[in-house]
Design a protein around this ligand. Structure first.
Ligand SMILES: Cc1ncc(COP(=O)(O)O)c(C=O)c1O
Length: 418
């Protein structure tokens, strides 16, 4: 599908055609994204929101149009609900930091799941650590518009997974108590390819009056997203995993929540007025966007979203689902093949016999096949599976059955060497 739009895919590695199957880590960029960003640097470049001059206004228009493109892509109600961040990681850190300050009291509970990426585990642990060390004394009496409250010790509860690699939804329901304040979970596992029942998760959580943060890093590139239909309270994704540039991502938040959260970082742009005695903060979404944003990356992201929207997210989803099923079928023909998880969405994680994942990945690389090996930033999940790591093949809209065949042939070749 549209392979010719991606210049890098025609290069060779080690004298062989590149078979790029590491798309869950990052996707390749279509020419239109590269061209849009090059054009902005060549012809428009100026800092946004600050200048009265022509270029600054043009750059600001592009940046704010990009926000509107993101709004449309996820069907947010307003651009006030679309915050530009550096990526999913920063988006989740933002919520972990500000939500715990604003809403968590001692003994309150946050529910995560066993299949989370480290970026949806460690931010919560950092908040717990800050609560334990010192910042309890840090309640500010500074005359800011918002009160910054001290962090207090809260509890992280973890929803287990089944042996099939799906969330144990009965256990999930049992985790709720009157102290539950937030659910934060991934829409799609970057290891198992499990597409979680996010609508059910939101419905169950809301029945307990608990808001939900969805990590859509692995969902946004592969399926249509509609935050109003989903009714999630926060949603995070990264530009570089959806054919856009690195260094830009999105945090969606319902205005009613964002309004009640304190700022995350301080600096230019996020303020109303500043004095040494009294500082006020900007309106949404700028309250959460301190400093010069990556306004060229936002243009690139918008172009990438236009690109996938023109193909159609439904079409991309159908194509990738068929390709992933084909990959599973073909891989399962290989003796000693163990696939972890259901691979609902564009990710197949596996081990072959007793070949170490690192050896398999390295030898595949010499055949021009790029896969990822290791724990995939999901060490707790590896502990649950009782393994150290896997080989992961992950697909994008430009991958083909021929590339799956090359992967299978490559694995057969490596097997013959052991
Ligand atoms: C499920 C999931 N969440 C979060 C992230 C972090 O994304 P980023 O590194 O772009 O912030 C990843 C990256 O692989 C991921 O797969």
């Amino acid at each position: 599908m549209n392979r010719q739009d991606f210049p890098i895919l025609s290069r060779e590695v080690y004298g062989r055609p590149l078979v790029y199957l590491d798309n869950a880590a990052t996707t390749q960029k279509p020419r239109c994204v590269i061209d849009a960003m090059t054009d902005e640097y060549l012809n428009v470049n100026a800092n946004v929101h600050r200048g009265v001059h022509y270029l600054s206004q043009q750059a600001t228009d592009l940046h704010e149009q990009a926000r509107e493109t993101v709004r449309r892509f996820i069907n947010a109600r307003s651009t006030s609900e679309v915050i530009f961040t550096r990526g999913t990681t920063e988006s989740i850190n933002l919520v972990a930091s500000t939500f715990s300050q604003a809403f968590l009291r001692e003994g309150d509970e946050v529910i995560l799941t066993e299949m989370e990426h480290h970026s949806n585990i460690v931010p919560w642990q950092l908040e717990q650590m800050r609560a334990s060390f010192g910042e309890r004394r840090a309640t500010l009496s500074h005359g800011t518009g918002d009160t910054l409250r001290a962090r207090v010790p809260f509890v992280v509860k973890v929803c287990p997974i089944t042996d099939e690699g799906r969330l144990d939804m009965e256990a999930f329901q049992r985790l709720f108590t009157p102290r539950t304040r937030l659910v934060s979970c991934t829409a799609v596992s970057n290891v198992l390819g499990t597409a979680n029942p996010v609508s059910d998760i939101v419905r169950i959580a809301h029945a307990h009056d608990v808001p939900v943060l969805i990590d859509a890093a692995q969902a946004a590139p592969h399926m249509p997203l509609d935050v109003q239909a989903l009714d999630c309270d926060f949603l995070a994704f990264s530009g570089h995993k959806i054919y856009g540039p690195t260094g830009i991502g999105v945090l969606y938040g319902k205005e009613s929540w964002l309004d009640r959260l304190p700022p995350y970082m301080g600096g230019g742009e996020m303020i109303g007025t500043v004095s040494f005695e009294h500082t006020t903060f900007n309106s949404l979404p700028y309250k959460f966007e301190a400093g010069t944003p990556d306004y060229v990356a936002s243009t690139g992201l918008a172009r990438a979203l236009d690109y996938v929207s023109a193909i159609g997210m439904e079409q991309i989803a159908a194509y990738e689902k068929a390709l992933t099923s084909y990959a599973r079928e073909q891989l399962l023909q290989i003796p000693g093949m163990r696939i972890f998880g259901p691979s609902d969405d564009a990710v197949v994680s596996f081990l072959v016999g007793d070949i170490h994942h690192f050896d398999l990945g390295t030898l595949l690389d010499r055949l021009g096949i790029a896969v990822r090996t290791g724990h995939h930033c999901a060490e707790p999940l590896m502990h649950r599976l009782g393994i150290e790591g896997t080989v992961r093949a992950s697909f994008a809209l430009y991958n083909t059955r021929e590339e799956v065949d090359a992967l299978v042939a490559g694995i057969d070749r490596v097997r013959s060497m052991f």
